[in-house]
Design a protein around this ligand. Structure first.
Ligand code: GLA
Length: 729
């Protein structure tokens, strides 16, 4: 070997070590690496792209054989169909879930994608695939976030034939797990006022479909999954593969185990009622599908997703800041808003330490109840004779920012907008227009509707000092007709609607850089990584009852960070008739981004004193809760005791929240062992009450994590919080 060659190889090795995406020409494999995981795929002997490995980190390329199709088992299973393709088109003997299904302009419905070329940079690989016959191109884009332990996959589908063609199913990716049995699936389902309920169940042969057919992400299922090996993972241990789709429209996630023990997860646009017409030269992009792997159990899989959300997805990811303490008027005043009433609430909120005052529904048009007004986004002159200016000035004078509720995608039939533009509401000609909460949904896929809504919001924000919008969506699609769709592409409504909602938010934010947005859809009906790349927080649930919230928030935290989880303290008894102490309600809400949604006119002096104290605590710990690492110590789903712990990014502060639902037979609350601390460090302990059984000024990390703490939680709905500050010696 010449000296030059040795030098060149050394240089190559250095750059290869730094890169998180590599191609090995000899074996035609691609190696994607994050801090703790590897993802490997390659071009097989037929030119098809095939998955090779996804799991714990293996950096040595020579450890991976080239991709190859498996030998034929039986005439009922093709070799190709049984080999785990990276992006299988429906064609040949392909019987498992395809990523792409098309009808070409001449009626052919067979697709066989083959490798053409690729581009690679430090962290991104784009692989160009093409059908064996038609000039039909598919670009697979893999982006690696090495420090975040996440890989993002997205696909661009392009028609370069000379005829229009129809895309019948377009999935973002399929993630293949190492072949085997005994996997267990975790997923989130729910309904209005009961979102993000976590289910774990064994994966059996066949397909499990999680989906939304509602035009939006939905309360009923959330596009997130976690799969653990052997069904044995817990919060701290076990191999877990997990992921989430970034799409706020109809979506589908298929978890499949084939008869040959191959387990995979495919997700993208829901193919139900799907039909995307691609004219020659046109492209369709799929939503991004993010995934990761950890051997640190469910707790670590959540922490990876939380950190990824904060560091790569959220609008403030480059310069993160804690969410402000918010007040929202909805549960206090419902539609009965006016300048005097809101100003009185604002004065009280400001005294508590609230930083952002949000006026909810009822301020516009003839909106005195939910039967009318949606669509008429002018300020109601009876309620606000001086416009919004007077209220906003008062709120600002009190040292708070002002936020406003809007529901731009909707129209009440009893509104000026509907009377002017009945054709703008989604409908099929001559068919009923089904109302939900007395409202219809505007066809946001239409460019004229998009422009109207953008203009309205832009004007509202330009003419008023509005720092924050709560963007609501209080029903799902029905009769998704679009009779005059360009080119007759009616079914594109499912995709174009969402892209236009995204476009409006993107334009608004670009034009008004200080504006922040909360995504709400009757609570948590539109929570996903697509929306979260555009909004600062989400409304978790219309169910604000604190004990129910423990379960909803626990499930939410499986996939999404506490920072975006807006949580209000509201009055009792709440919607389910349950009453809990104000302290309990505060501590539940402080595990997310704190808001107050109570009627402050009804609060006693003692309530104000406690609330002021709790908001003060919140400001001390919110950086840790919102930007830190969450350890779920005891789940509300498992028993009557719940405990969550948060550790700041720098490890200097930790916060423990503990809740006892109901004490029986005078049993003491269980000992709580903390996690994620430095065993050798000493921590100063701060209590907010007398619930620590054995109070001490300082305690070692080892004692906190091994011996644990005993808490004197008694009776029903008792709670406490402890703050630990690391002492630097
Ligand atoms: C939805 C929201 C609530 C509130 C009402 C107003 O239900 O989730 O928080 O804004 O609409 O009508």
């Amino acid at each position: 070997m010449t000296p030059f060659r040795t030098f060149a190889m050394a240089a190559l090795m250095v750059s290869a070590a730094a890169a998180s995406a590599r191609y090995v020409p000899e074996s035609k494999i691609f190696l994607l690496e994050t801090a703790h995981a590897s993802y490997v795929f390659g071009v097989n002997e037929n030119g098809a792209l095939q998955n090779i490995y996804w799991g714990g980190k293996v950096s040595r390329a020579a450890d991976f054989p080239p991709a190859h199709t498996v030998p034929e088992h039986a005439s009922f299973d093709s070799r190709e169909g049984m080999s785990p393709e990276e992006y299988p088109g429906w064609g040949g003997m392909q019987y498992s879930e395809p990523c792409l299904k098309v009808t070409f302009g001449d009626g052919v419905r067979d697709l066989a994608l083959r490798y053409v070329s690729h581009e690679i940079s430090t962290d991104t690989v784009t692989v160009h695939l093409k059908d064996i016959g038609y000039n039909f191109l598919v670009d697979l884009v893999y982006q690696v976030f090495p420090a975040n332990d996440i890989i993002r996959r997205q696909v661009r589908i392009t028609n370069r034939t000379t005829q229009p063609m129809t895309i019948e199913s377009a999935q973002s990716a399929v993630w293949h797990l190492p072949p085997g049995e005994g996997y267990r699936l975790s997923y989130l389902t729910g309904r209005w006022a009961g979102e993000t309920q976590l289910t774990r169940e064994p994966i059996h042969p066949g397909r499990k479909v999680l989906e939304s057919r509602r035009g939006t992400t939905s309360h009923e299922a959330n596009p997130w999954f976690a799969i653990d090996a052997g069904g044995t993972a817990d919060e701290e241990h076990g191999r877990v593969w997990f992921g989430a789709l970034g799409w706020s429209g109809t979506w589908k996630m298929v978890v499949e185990q084939t008869p040959y023990q191959k387990v995979s997860v495919t997700a993208g646009y829901n193919d139900f009622d799907f039909g995307y017409l691609l004219q020659p030269g046109e492209s369709l992009d799929t939503p991004p599908f993010y995934a990761g792997y950890t051997d640190g159990g469910f707790g670590e899989s959540s922490r990876i997703l939380h950190r990824f959300l904060r560091e790569q997805i959220l609008p403030d990811h480059a310069n993160p800041h804690p969410r402000p303490v918010l007040y929202n008027s909805w549960e206090a005043t419902t539609f009965n808003v006016n300048e005097a009433g809101q100003t009185a609430l604002a004065e009280k909120a400001a005294k508590l330490g609230v930083e952002l005052f949000v006026m909810d529904d009822g301020w516009f048009g003839q909106r005195n109840d939910d039967h009318r007004g949606l669509g008429d986004w002018y300020v109601n002159p009876q309620k606000f004779p001086n416009g919004l200016g007077g209220l906003i000035a008062s709120v600002n004078r009190l040292g708070m920012k002002f936020g406003l509720w809007v529901e731009p995608e909707m129209v009440n039939p009893d509104s000026d907008l509907y009377r002017q533009h009945p054709d703008w509401a989604m409908h099929f000609p001559g068919r009923p227009r089904t109302e939900g909460r007395n409202q219809l949904i505007l066809n946001m896929a239409r460019d004229d509707v998009r422009e109207h809504i953008f203009g309205m919001l832009d004007q509202l924000v330009s003419q008023n000092h509005i720092a924050f919008l709560k963007w609501d969506m209080n029903r799902n699609f029905s009769e998704p007709g679009w009779a005059d769709a360009p080119g007759g592409a009616q079914k594109e409504i499912w995709v174009k609607y969402v892209n236009n909602v995204y476009a409006i938010i993107d334009r608004l934010r670009a034009k008004h850089p200080g504006l922040e947005i909360e995504s709400c859809s009757g609570g948590g009906g539109r929570v996903d990584l697509g929306m979260l790349s555009r909004v600062d927080e989400v409304w978790t649930s219309d169910n604000t009852e604190a004990f129910d919230r423990l379960r909803i928030q626990d499930g939410f935290s499986a996939a999404y960070a506490p920072k975006v989880m807006m949580a209000w303290v509201t009055d009792v008894p709440n919607m389910n008739g349950r009453g809990t102490p104000l302290k309990f309600r505060f501590l539940v809400a402080m595990m997310g981004s704190l808001g107050i949604g109570a009627n402050l006119n009804h609060w006693s002096d003692a309530d104000f004193a406690l609330a002021t104290q709790m908001i003060g605590y919140d400001k001390e710990i919110r950086q840790t809760v919102q930007q830190g690492r969450l350890y779920r110590l005891a789940s509300p789903a498992a028993g009557t005791f719940t405990a969550n712990q948060y550790v700041s990014e720098d490890g200097h502060q930790a916060v423990l929240f503990a809740f006892l639902q109901a004490q029986q037979l005078l049993r003491p609350a269980p000992t709580v062992c903390l996690r994620g601390l430095d065993p050798d460090a000493l921590y100063r302990v701060r209590t907010i009450d007398d619930k620590l059984a054995d109070p001490r000024d300082t305690i070692s990390g080892a004692a906190l994590m091994n011996r644990g703490l005993n808490l004197r939680l008694v009776g029903d709905f008792d709670s406490t919080m402890l703050i630990f500050e690391r002492i630097d010696r």
